[in-house]
Design a protein around this ligand. Structure first.
Ligand code: F3S
Length: 73
């Protein structure tokens, strides 16, 4: 089982695309009724650096990463 859980809060995401540009391995855009929004490609990963970089560039802090129950970002 991978170590880190990734979640994009689509209610908060404004569809700027910074996460997919920063870490395309873990994030992709999808069309929704509210416009394009990001989603995680994988719900879990061992590659924290890529996912964390994406979370840090998100202007609205829509990306959340946990290690077990502990919140990383
Ligand atoms: Fe959305 Fe933030 Fe990515 S606004 S598109 S989750 S960088």
């Amino acid at each position: 089982m991978a170590k880190f859980k990734i979640h994009v809060d689509q209610e908060t995401c404004i569809g700027c695309g910074a996460c997919t540009a920063t870490c395309p391995d873990h994030f992709e855009m999808q069309e929704t009724a509210n416009g394009d929004r990001a989603r995680e490609k994988k719900a879990e990963t061992d590659d924290l650096a890529c996912a964390k970089d994406a979370a840090e560039v998100c202007p609205v802090n829509a990306i959340h990463i946990k290690e077990g129950e502990k919140k990383i970002i």
